[in-house]
Write a protein that binds this ligand. Structure first.
Ligand code: FAD
Length: 499
């Protein structure tokens, strides 16, 4: 065995973050490495994360979990994107699709031809060129095909699922691969007097758990990263002022949509996420503009079916830790930071945190280089997502106090830069490894009503028959969507095929 290799990793917390991390580490950590997970049933988990983005498929695949098994175990459904009613103003709606808008047919980005048509008075929305939306609006689903010449290759998908069931499933997976679970509440975190690193944990019944490297997956508490290491937190409420959510599941009613619906409300927004056995609902809001009771009543009055549990209130401060990896501790999940689930990014951040940790796996040295790189990449990822969320709030014509506030607020320079480019002539800029591709930014900018002054002048120099191409694209997408099965049939076919 290498001299410098760590042999004991301790994961603290058994929510989605803890069990996703334990399952992945059970798979990828060196054979000699023992993994212990400490969790406290008395404290419980958040467990309301239900909507995801496409890379979750990669995570499951890397763990060798089949789609059929995953959907059965988590009572999951398919997700082609998010519909945003009311965000631009009451009565409007748009769709943020997974995948691109049709296919590029030229050296010039296809959306520049769409912008030119708009300038000529054609008001076809950009989503009419999205395969994902064509399926979603019909409540149909088909996975993308691999032939890039077909429009059915241009969309992508993710899942809605029950996060509690996913955690239980991953627990069985991890325990079968040697992860040892310890039930107990961490009462004290012991620091090494010399190095300041975490040396071990003391549980409230006096037992101790020692380790060489620690993952803080204790949720909003941040027992290790904040409680013990006092890492500090960047508060982002000046850009994302919502600080509460009411969550309540209800019985099925309405459409079994293969997409999330996130509807803007007077003091925040409301999510609707259909699973196989129920619908997940929530109202994310800003406590400065609405009380918890009023928000709860508003949510309960707006359900598709009977509530299946008491409404839960979740309080949060949007932002991130000043360091995600501090000393011999990496914070993953809510312990690392939180941004509201407007674009379903929290579980994804858990996934990328884990993958990054595996790529920069620590040893017995001080890991200074790995730590710096981990923090640099994670910081960039958080800020990218933050900008994307802020865009939804800032570019709005809604008139309630929350929205007047977010319209008037100063926005991050990075978002201003993107908006300036788009406003000038519809150009999209990227900052390296961006999670959300140009097509996502375009969907939200167009949907929120950001209008470029003109289109890229290069379009006028080309003689591409773009009107015919765009019309043809729209027709092909429409025809392909009409042939797809409805959501529930598609879901059952996937789950039955492998049973
Ligand atoms: P938790 O679920 O809070 O788990 C913390 C764990 O730490 C628990 O096991 C607890 O017992 C343990 N623990 C804490 N203190 C101690 C202690 N002292 N000793 C021992 N154990 C301890 N994400 C998405 O991707 N999509 C969504 O649609 C989505 N919606 C959300 C909506 C809301 C309102 C909120 C708040 C979050 C949402 N999320 C969503 C985020 C998602 O729920 C979380 O990212 C995910 O559940 C991970 O939580 P966690 O494991 O970090 O923390």
């Amino acid at each position: 065995m290498r001299q410098g290799q760590i042999e004991r990793i301790v994961v603290v917390g058994g929510g989605s973050a803890g069990w996703m991390a334990a399952a992945a580490l059970a798979n990828a950590a060196p054979r000699e490495c023992r993994i212990t997970l400490v969790e406290s049933e008395a404290i419980g988990i958040v467990g309301v994360g239900e909507a995801t983005i496409p890379p979750i498929k990669v995570f499951n695949r890397l763990l060798g979990i089949s789609e059929a098994e995953f959907l059965r175990e988590t009572k999951g459904s398919f997700k082609l994107g998010i519909e945003f009613p009311g965000w631009r103003r009451e009565g409007t709606r748009y769709f943020h699709q997974f995948g691109s808008f049709g296919r590029e047919f030229d050296l010039v980005p296809m959306h520049q031809y769409w912008l030119k048509m708009r300038h000529e008075g054609d008001d076809t929305p950009i989503e009419d060129f999205s395969m994902a939306w064509a399926l979603a609006r019909r409540n149909r689903f088909a996975p993308p095909v691999s032939d890039p010449r077909m429009v059915q290759s241009t969309h992508d998908y993710a899942y809605h699922f029950d996060a509690v069931l996913y955690g239980q499933f991953l627990r069985r997976y991890a325990e079968a691969r040697g992860v040892v679970r310890v039930e107990g509440k961490v009462a004290d975190v012991r620091l090494d007097a010399e190095s300041g690193d975490i040396a071990g944990l003391t549980l409230d019944d006096g037992r101790t758990v020692d380790g060489e490297f620690f993952l803080d997956c204790t949720g909003f508490r941040g027992v290790l990263i904040e409680g013990a290491l006092q890492t500090g937190y960047h508060d982002w409420r000046r850009w994302l002022p919502c600080d509460r959510a009411i969550a309540v599941p209800c019985a099925h009613g309405g459409d079994f949509t293969p997409y999330t619906r996130s509807t803007a409300k007077a003091a925040g927004w409301r999510w609707r996420i259909p699973l196989q056995h129920r619908i997940g609902n929530g109202y994310v809001h800003c406590s400065e503009f609405i009380g918890e009771d009023e928000a709860t009543q508003a949510l309960l009055a707006d359900l598709d079916g009977a509530p299946e549990a008491d409404p839960r209130v979740l309080r949060f401060v949007t932002g991130r830790r000043k360091m995600f990896w501090n000393r011999n501790c990496v914070a993953i999940g809510l312990a690392a930071g939180f941004m509201e689930p407007l674009e379903s990014t929290s579980i994804h951040l858990i996934q990328t945190g884990i993958m990054r940790l595996i790529a920069l796996f620590p040893d017995r040295s001080d890991n200074a280089l790995a730590r710096r790189e981990y923090n640099r990449l994670t910081e960039a990822e958080y800020e990218h997502i933050r900008d994307f969320l802020v865009l939804h709030y800032h570019e709005t014509a809604r008139e309630e106090p929350l929205w007047r506030h977010t319209r008037a607020m100063e926005i991050p320079d990075t978002l201003r830069y993107r908006l300036d480019h788009y406003r000038a002539c519809g150009r999209q800029v990227a900052f390296g490894h961006d999670l959300f591709p140009n097509a996502s930014w375009l969907a939200v900018m167009a949907g929120q009503g950001v209008e470029p002054e003109t289109y890229d002048p290069i379009v006028d120099k080309r003689d591409t028959p773009f009107r015919e191409r765009l019309a043809g694209l729209k027709r092909l997408i429409h025809e392909a969507a009409e042939r797809a099965p409805d959501h529930r049939t598609a879901l059952n076919a996937v789950m039955d095929a492998a049973s």
